[in-house]
Write a protein that binds this ligand. Sequence first.
Ligand code: ADP
Length: 273
Amino acid sequence: MSEHYFVEEHDHLSTTPTPTPTPTLPHPTGDAQRLESEFLAIISHELRSPLAAIKGYAATLRRHGQKLGRAEREEYLRAIDEASDRLDLLISRLMTLSHLEAGTLTPRLAPVDMVHLTREAIASAQYRWGMGIAGKGKHVFAGPEHDNVPPALADLRLQRDVLDIVLENAVKYSPDGGVIRVELAPGDTMLTIRVYDSGIGIPPEHLHRIFDRFHQVDQRLTREVEGAGLGLAICKRSMELQGGAIWAESEPGGGSVFTMTLPLAKPHDEWMI
Ligand code: ADP
């Protein structure tokens, strides 16, 4: 895009110069207050950057649209579309987490074909970030290998969200060219789902805390990857609500494995959806 137009429009939107500086958080006077301050800093940052992009591109199109070529206009519209999707996703994750925490989300458990669900989630991740998208994305996805996996008892939508979040993280925290592999392993009563990545890994002291809301290993607001620290908190509560669990194993620099478990469906459970 044209730097000239964007900078001109972007500047009057925001009182902060670019790049956005890390806000100074008030001194914590207790855990709750510290969490609240962190929440406000992270959420306002994550809301503001797509909003600034939408405002900047829309204002540019309105004022200079006539002078722009067709390709440039398309590019600006695509950027507005993507930034709107980011806002939509953030708001829906905030709502999901608040429902999960308030206990107002009742899971609709039914037998689910996890091979199918996992392949759908991979196909969608591949479309967004994989080799499939005109050679643009650079992550490679693999698995699950076997078709004959018994159904799990799960809430289809909750479990799809969990898979989307774990796959998205595998991409976000891996370098281009990283391989992401999904494995399904049925046991006697539980189904185990593992997602392997070859990314930056997680330091041991963070391994449990990443499932707390807003906990991010890299807490600088200037970090390159987007995120509000909501995803894994949603995953943990969603897995527990379905009678399963999620945990991570990792080596800094050596990739991570996220393991999820779900109860296997019993013959009398309602038929597969
Ligand atoms: P975020 O929006 O920050 O990605 P999440 O709740 O999804 O929030 O994850 C919390 C934190 O856990 C991330 O900020 C990151 O530090 C770490 N993390 C999650 N998944 C991975 C992964 N696959 N590899 C390395 N670090 C990860």
